[in-house]
Ligand binder design. Structure first.
Ligand code: NAD
Length: 491
């Protein structure tokens, strides 16, 4: 299907097939489902619906490929192949960005400046990291020498969400390949297109057949559960909802798979009165509403110290009203469409719940005028809610934030930690001692001071409490995607 976008070129949406053992294939029973464009609710194409049969084929191919040419490749050759995947992604950046925008409803400029370049960088970064990777060695007096060797875990299942489809998939795939594993990928059912193209990109880069397999389908009773239950899958790296993580853990327990979890968040954004409010507001607009608020790291609970609360709210509401919501391919658009009908209804239900819980909608909370088709919602700011309200406690994953005043450091730390999530936090202050003091007490895996979403891929990334298990990034990714064997030699 040819889709005319408002950017200079057309892009071809396509039917998404599985990629198994180096070939694109349909499902054994021919089953497909619609891929819907969130911006206008039109069908972009058909997606092959995989199940146990396709997962069995993909896992068998991945298992066989573990001991094939991939294992025999020299370090230099493997690094070159992984780098080449990144190069091809950059060569096809515009096409991939348009497809990502069509699939997700996110602004095209966002896909082309963040999602796709970062996807390419994931391969470049982990390929380079691989060259310097070592292990440990210890001499035990004059008795023995111990050294560890690193080996792949085996067949790894990579299960992905829809909000940053290619970026998060490649964040897993790059270190997974660098560590020598083979893989079966289950992309999110709502965003299948860039994952589908990744199959041919890997093939062109020189990845041997069977090393990267991609099976489309749903989660429960479908491709997702078949992957997590499969006895020949050695590890699962999952990014998605906390509730899904709990289901996967049960399934994976049958064969005691290694698990890495990046789950939901309800992240505090803590603003002290001594911070530079204009800078705070500029970044808070992004940390609240970028990608339609559909980023696990978004700071959806905004706590503002009382002396500047009124001033902050007034400016923040005014700036939020200026954000253009609409056509993802219009360069003026700051907020695109939410991912789909079901998610849109869920986000809207939280807006209604906020009213029932006594909240005041300061701006937003409704579909923008003139946008009857597509899953659009005006960026929404809610005040007046108590810390125990469901809207303050539960992840909404949309352009909806709450603002709450606070009076002391102790109070805001207690409120920030008062949730079962622990993914990220932002702290705004010009007091260096306070920054250290507060950061040391917030229960989150990633904390930013006077910034947000500034990432160095060498650093540990992940959540505590019910926001995740394990860390990814740099060495931490290699820890997950490899097994260490200690060899002890008596001298
Ligand atoms: P989701 O949990 O509904 O789905 C994620 C993936 O899991 C999809 O591919 C889905 O098909 C699959 N799945 C669902 N049920 C399954 C099952 N029973 N067995 C196997 N696979 C199954 O999540 P979503 O709605 O796609 O994504 C949004 C969520 O992801 C939010 O909670 C968000 O916070 C989280 N997220 C976290 C991070 C992070 O780094 N911590 C990053 C992005 C998104």
């Amino acid at each position: 299907m040819q889709v005319q976008t408002t950017v200079d070129q057309e892009v071809k949406a396509f039917d998404c097939l599985h990629f198994i053992n180096g070939q694109y294939v349909v499902s054994h029973n021919g089953k497909t489902f619609n891929n819907v464009n969130p911006a206008n609710e039109e069908v972009l194409g058909q997606v092959s619906e995989g199940g146990k049969e396709e997962i069995d084929l993909a896992v068998a191919a991945a298992k066989k490929a573990l001991n094939g040419p991939w294992k025999k490749m020299t370090l230099n050759d493997r690094i070159a192949v992984i780098r080449r995947i990144g190069d091809i992604i950059l060569e096809r950046k515009d096409e991939l960005a348009k497809l990502e925008s069509l699939d997700t409803g996110k602004p095209y400029w966002l896909a082309s400046t963040i999602d796709i370049p970062r996807s390419a960088y994931n391969f470049h970064f982990f390929a380079d990291y691989l060259r310097g990777l070592g292990t440990e060695a210890y001499q035990t007096d004059d008795v023995a020498i111990n050294y560890a060797i690193r080996r792949p875990v085996g067949v790894v299942g990579l299960i992905n969400p829809w909000n940053l489809p290619l970026l998060l998939l490649t964040w897993k795939l790059a270190p997974c390949l660098a560590a020598g594993n083979t893989t079966v990928i289950k992309p999110a059912e709502l965003t299948p297109m860039t994952a589908t193209l990744l199959g041919e990109i890997c093939r062109e880069a020189g990845v041997p057949d069977g090393v990267v397999n991609i099976v489309h389908g749903f989660g429960p009773d479908s491709a997702g559960s078949a992957l997590t239950e499969h006895p020949d899958v050695d590890a699962i790296s999952f990014t998605g909802e906390t509730t899904t993580g709990k289901v996967i853990m049960k399934a994976a327990a049958q064969s005691l798979k290694k698990l890495s979890y990046e789950l939901g968040g309800k992240n505090p954004n803590i603003i002290f009165a001594d911070s530079d409010l204009d800078e705070v507001i500029e970044t808070t607009l992004k940390s609240s509403f970028i990608n339609q608020g559909e980023v696990c790291l978004c700071g959806s609970r905004i706590y503002v110290e009382r002396p500047v609360y009124e001033q902050f709210v007034e400016k923040f509401v005014a700036k939020t009203k200026e954000l253009v919501v609409g056509d993802p391919f219009d360069p003026k658009t700051k907020v695109g469409a939410l991912i789909g009908e079901e998610h849109y209804s869920r986000v809207m239900s939280y807006v209604e719940l906020a009213k029932e819980e006594g909240g005041q909608i300061l701006t937003g909370g409704r579909r923008p005028e003139g946008l009857e088709k597509g899953f659009y919602l005006e960026p929404t700011i809610i005040a007046g809610l108590d810390r125990n309200c469901r809207v303050v406690q539960e992840e909404i994953f949309g352009p909806v934030v709450t603002v709450i005043p606070f009076d002391s450091e102790e109070e805001v730390i207690a409120q920030a930690n008062d949730t079962h999530y622990g993914l990220s936090a932002s702290i705004w202050t010009n007091d260096l001692r306070r920054a250290h003091r507060v950061a040391g007490q917030i229960e989150a895996g990633i904390i930013w001071v006077n910034t947000w979403f500034l990432r160095d891929l060498r650093t540990p990334f992940g959540g505590m409490k019910q926001s995740g298990i394990g860390r990814e990034g740099g060495m931490h990714s290699f820890e997950f995607y490899s097994e260490l064997t200690n060899i002890c030699i008596k001298l």
